[in-house]
Design a protein around this ligand. Structure first.
Ligand code: BLA
Length: 523
């Protein structure tokens, strides 16, 4: 909502972060294809992890490299290409066959890429230890307790607070946050737990450019990302021995994908050593993130990471429930008011009596500072409404911008509808046009609400342009930056649009909708 300077962000937005062909060095990636699942490409560190020269891994069937591998399950996964996904293949343990392998045990996680005719598997291998495997059981216990705690509160912020506590208990990250997107894709830390040495981020806002749109799109389908070491040097892939088309490899769903260097720079500037981020998805849209930071490197073992995925998925569902309960409550309240208002309209001599007298009044329910009813060039108003000489022009312009017969703005100067009009006191307006003309309108107005937004770093300098290279880079400081927001009112919730539309319709059905009949409440 804030008016921020415009930098050309296409450099950030256009980076194909799923096609960088780089992986994090704490594991390795093999690309398998063909009937015997031969290695077509490998991350350059695969040799190091599997105890063989990486060139020697290429063109080899996977069962000559790994032991204890669920090869049948892998073949099945490959064959199911093009069919609706049924049972996904979970990860499993494997061993390197090479007797010089430095790592005895591996966690293997496969997923399929490509369509039916050129399907391949991405097999991700992460070194694991026996104690990791033993920890899996304890992790399940902690997860069960975490899951149970998510059902205790119907208050969104209390619930999110319980969620970040639960995830901190499960993972031991130094900072765990719930990050909520605003309609303009800026975001806010709405729940947090962190170690006492860290400065809390709770309540801070971050501009939309911190998380570009292609990243937000990816996070909708790939709902969990881990950066084990912000300082790690990414590893490239070998050539592809199966094809020469040069089509880039899509690592969008690989947990070992190495992330954008812009984001690495961002985390360095923030002093973060490792992260784990899971998506909160509500009604099919990215609603927020559970973001975990660690001061130093941290590769959370797979079973705890999966647990975070499951807890976050349940937290998404719970968020949806809480928001829908809230919407239901608001809609019921609006509905009750409309019923009462309907009978009042019938009982009163005039529509204006119904509108301006009785209890509760529309202005109380809508929390507005002025109301005007406009019929055929005549306006009756109470409270802080535009003067009569501004009204017709205002309504005509608002009508042009109305959607489904309603105009709503909490930032009138920005919409242009008040240009040149003498209505300095009105900063927000909600207007319903029950007919298909601007001649009949019910309008509510809100005064300015001066407030402060606390940003994590100056949002005017969110993105810096390096003058030498012309390359964009994230800001260096994330210290509290206070912005005083003027010229705006409190925003209008969706239910207020329904309510004013309902009232306007009821009023026009009243036979005496005639502003001249007002009891001395003329503007
Ligand atoms: C990604 N930026 C991200 C992600 C977060 C943030 C959470 C997702 C990382 C993930 O899921 O692993 C931002 N991190 C934050 C914020 C907080 C936090 C706001 O902890 C608040 C506490 N970023 C920039 C600039 C560019 C940029 C200038 O600031 C581009 C020029 C890019 N950010 C950028 C990109 C990604 C990203 C490209 C995607 C990284 C990837 O998945 O490869």
């Amino acid at each position: 909502d804030a008016d921020l300077p415009t930098v050309d962000l296409s450099e950030c937005e256009n980076e194909a972060i799923h096609l960088l062909e780089l992986v994090q060095p704490h594991g390795c990636v093999l690309i398998l294809g063909g009937p015997s699942l031969t290695v077509q490409r490998a991350s350059l560190n695969s040799g190091l992890i599997l105890g063989e020269a990486v060139e020697d891994l290429l063109n080899r069937p996977i069962n000559t490299i790994l032991d204890g591998l669920a090869v049948a399950a892998l073949e099945d996964l490959l064959e199911r290409a093009g069919q609706p996904e049924t049972v996904p293949v979970a990860g499993f343990y494997a061993r390197s066959i090479s007797d010089v392998a430095p790592v005895p045990r591996l966690r293997a996680t496969p997923h399929r890429i490509g369509d039916a005719d050129e399907a391949r598997l991405i097999l991700e291998l992460e070194p694991t230890t026996e104690s990791d495997e033993d920890d899996a059981e304890e992790s399940f216990g902690t997860e069960a307790v975490a899951m149970a705690s998510l059902w205790e509160s119907e208050n969104l912020y209390v619930f999110l607070d319980q969620t970040v506590q639960a995830i901190a208990g499960l993972t031991d990250y130094d900072r765990v946050m719930a990050y909520m997107f605003h309609p303009d894709w800026s975001g806010e830390v709405v729940a947090e737990t962190c170690t006492p040495e860290l400065t809390p981020f709770l309540g801070l806002r971050y501009p939309a450019s911190d998380i570009p749109s292609q990243a937000r799109r990816l996070y909708l389908s790939n709902r969990l990302r881990l950066i084990a070491d912000v300082g790690a040097i990414p590893v490239a892939m070998t050539r592809d021995v199966s094809r020469t088309d040069g089509a880039p490899l899509d690592l969008g769903h690989a947990i070992l994908r190495s992330v954008s260097s812009y984001h690495i720079e961002y985390l360095r500037n923030m002093g973060v050593g490792a992260t784990l981020v899971a998506s909160l998805v509500v009604d099919g849209a990215l609603w927020g993130l559970i973001a975990c930071h660690h001061n130093g490197p941290k590769a959370l073992p797979w079973h705890r990471r999966d647990a975070v995925g499951r807890v976050t998925s349940r937290a998404s569902d719970r968020t949806a429930d809480i928001l829908s309960l809230r919407r239901d409550r608001q809609n019921r309240r609006a509905h009750r008011f409309l019923e009462m208002f309907g009978s009042r309209v019938v009982d009163h001599a005039t529509a204006l009596d119904a509108l301006f007298f009785g209890s509760p009044r529309l202005s109380d329910v809508l929390h507005c500072d002025g109301i005007a009813l406009h019929v055929a060039g005549q306006t009756a108003a109470i409270g802080n409404a535009p003067p009569a000489n501004a009204m017709s022009v205002f309504l005509e312009r608002a009508f042009q911008q109305a959607q489904d017969g309603v105009f709503a703005s909490h930032n009138l100067p920005n919409t242009g509808v008040t240009d040149g009009l003498d209505m300095p006191a009105c900063h927000g307006a909600l207007v319903a046009f029950p007919g298909d003309t601007p001649d009949v309108a019910l309008a509510c107005f809100r005064d300015e609400l001066v407030h402060e937004v606390h940003w994590g770093g100056d949002p005017n300098k969110a993105v810096e342009v390096d003058s030498a290279s012309n390359r964009l880079s994230p800001r260096k400081s994330f210290n509290l930056w206070r912005q005083e927001v003027r010229g705006q009112s409190r925003p209008w919730d969706p239910w207020t649009l329904t309510l004013i539309q309902g009232c306007a319709t009821l009023l026009t059905e009243h036979p005496t909708t005639d502003p001249d009949a007002a009891h001395g409440v003329e503007a």
